[in-house]
Ligand binder design. Structure first.
Ligand code: TNX
Length: 598
């Protein structure tokens, strides 16, 4: 007898109208599908308002790259895509709001400048995930705007350095999912990666480390004996800022202080309390080395920030402030003198003195400061914004005090954490953050009242790169988890539905393939249902439909020449035998191997 497994997911793939499924992620505020289609072909043109050239050009470039059609405006057009800028004086629109109307003759996207860009992203998700010059777009009316204004992705370019080309791709990938804030972690103990003209040694010395720790070989330490370096010139940064601006992504640069600064101190030993020399750190984890909170060091950092603020047009500057070691301060005469002079009683108070002085400087230049939640510990100004990473407590405390907060708690938002508990999972820092858990995240803590919750700006995923050295690894860690996060930060809370999301995600697997993104192929889930002694019904499913599953019963790792699973079958297994399965998708991409629990 065969046991029929009907995975729940299959039932959810039937939302169709006109034979076409809408799979937009993040889920818009409202969608109304109508009969009929807009037939896209090389004859379609883009018409646009005067100020919308950038968005029109973005759309045209995308269509040329992916569908080999270059439809910019021409006179006497019959079929067109129109980009119409809303006159914000007429009515108040939220900054990212847009409307789309697809009829048989036209596609009209109306919105603010950013709104039109997001409308374009939605439109691109109504197009096929394959190269075609003619295709149908279902007639539909969409109205949409985001739930949160801070939809962040962070990238640590200190522990490992990523090329200008990849940083641009990262920004592109964010924009596809309406993420709008790129938190660029540019300095840390293991490398200083931004050119500062006044202090050339920051990159001459601080961007090089003599080697990198191999995997997790802390004790005994094992290094790879291979020098590692890289930094962004100011010209390259300007190029990236421009690229991001065209995609409505704001960059928040992070210059770490007063901890996580060993690379800067390696370049300028006078930045530490004892003027001792240190190398750029080659192993992961904390460092005892810390900036000395003297007026000279603070001025040095203000000078650095002058150059940073001139490069980045966004309002926020991130000053780090996390994991500040106190050991050196406790031994330093200079620090004792500062504490006496400034009437500071505690070492978190010393950090607060450092950060608050820097904040005054940032504010005097017309910018805002944000820092990791440790900056709350010694007392923070009313203007500082907080990034809550050690759980949600920092965000809650900040919002209760009327400080803005971005939620990025480790348990839900750390994309360096492992995606499964499987030993075959590629090297990851630890933790366990599967897709569903990211999707389940609710950024507004229940502890807050409605009034306090306006201080929650949004949420962000952090991508620390101790164990991620290549673009492929980064993409593997962020996809599909960033797609889930996009719905957390953009969509209305009432629109969130895990299985509906999984249904829409199917198209996005193909889209990621089409856009050249190295996403993580969902692993097979093996189900064994006992029938009789040593007899079971074997079922294999995964979050991705149309995966081919292969399995073994002899303990070896399956390949495409192993047994192919097509439907639930009866199987005999001795008590020591296990099933191992792999998913292989059309392109040949493979999942990790999973093993039956028994
Ligand atoms: C903590 S999150 C850090 C980083 C590490 C990360 C690894 C934060 C503010 N500090 O320096 O890279 O954990 O997950």
């Amino acid at each position: 007898m065969k046991y029929i497994f009907i995975p729940l997911i299959i039932l959810l793939f039937s939302f169709k109208s006109n034979g076409q499924t809408l799979s937009i992620i993040p889920q818009p505020v409202s969608i109304e599908q109508q009969d009929g289609v807009f037939s896209f072909s090389p004859q379609v043109k883009i018409v646009f308002d005067e100020d919308e050239f950038m968005n029109a050009n973005y759309l045209n470039t995308y269509l040329a790259k992916y569908y080999q059609v270059r439809p910019l405006v021409q006179p006497n057009i019959k079929k067109y895509i129109a980009l119409r800028l809303l006159n914000s004086k007429q009515k108040s629109f939220s900054p990212d709001e847009y409307f789309i109307s697809v009829t048989t003759d036209s596609i009209v996207i109306t919105g603010t400048d950013a709104g039109i860009f997001y409308g374009i992203q939605t439109l691109l998700q109504l197009m096929p995930a394959e190269m075609k010059m003619q295709f149908d777009i279902p007639c539909v009316t969409i109205h949409d705007y985001p739930r949160f204004s801070w939809r962040g992705m962070h990238l640590d370019c200190s522990r490992h350095f990523f090329s200008v080309e990849f940083v641009k791709k990262y920004i592109d990938m964010m924009a596809y999912y309406k993420m709008n804030t790129f938190h660029w972690h540019l300095t840390d103990d293991q490398g200083w990666r931004i050119e500062i003209k006044q202090y050339p040694k920051l990159t001459e010395v601080g961007s090089h480390r003599k080697e990198t720790m191999v995997a997790k070989n802390f004790t005994p330490y094992i290094g790879d004996k291979t020098p590692y370096d890289g930094f962004y010139s100011q010209e390259q940064i300007k190029e990236i800022v421009k690229y991001a601006t065209l995609r409505h992504v704001t960059i928040v640069p992070e210059i770490e202080m007063p901890g996580h600064s060993q690379a800067a101190i390696a370049a300028y030993p006078e930045l530490a309390c004892f003027g001792m020399s240190f190398d750029v750190l080659t192993k992961w984890g904390g460092s005892d080395v810390v900036l000395c909170p003297t007026p000279e060091v603070i001025e040095f950092y203000e000078n650095i920030l002058d150059e940073v603020m001139a490069l980045f047009p966004g309002e926020y500057i991130h000053v780090g402030g996390d994991e500040v070691p106190e050991g050196h301060w406790k031994k330093s005469k200079q620090v004792t003198e500062i504490m006496l002079k400034e009437n500071i009683k505690t070492y978190p108070g010393v950090e607060a003195y450092f950060i608050n002085t820097i904040e005054k400087y940032i504010i005097s230049k017309g910018k805002k400061m944000i820092g990791w939640d440790e900056i709350l510990d010694g007392g923070v100004s009313a203007n500082a914004s907080i990034m809550s990473w050690r759980g949600t407590e920092g965000g809650i405390a900040a919002a209760k005090h009327g400080n803005y907060a971005v939620m990025t708690p480790g348990d839900f938002c750390y994309f360096d954490h492992c995606q499964s508990k499987n030993s075959m999972e590629p090297l990851c820092i630890g933790g366990f953050l599967p897709l569903e858990k990211v999707y389940s995240y609710e950024p507004v803590p229940t502890e807050l009242t409605a009034e306090q919750s306006i201080y929650i700006l949004g949420a962000q995923a952090n991508v620390w790169t101790e164990y991620l050295a290549t673009p492929e690894q980064i993409e593997y860690m962020i996809f599909p988890r960033m797609i889930a996060l996009s719905e957390v930060v953009w969509s209305q809370k009432t629109k969130k539905d895990w299985w509906d999301f999984v249904g829409r995600l199917q198209y996005h697997f193909s889209l990621m393939e089409f856009r050249g993104i190295n996403y993580r192929v969902p692993e097979p889930e093996i189900q064994l249902r006992p029938l009789a002694e040593n007899k079971f019904t074997l079922g294999i499913t995964s979050l991705k439909q149309n995966s081919d599953f292969y399995y073994t019963t002899d303990g070896t790792n399956p390949t495409s020449s192993s047994l192919k699973y097509s439907e639930a079958i009866e199987i005999t297994l001795t008590p020591t035998q296990k099933i191992k399965a792999i998913a292989i998708i059309k392109s040949g991409k493979k999942s990790i191997v999973t093993e039956s629990g028994k």
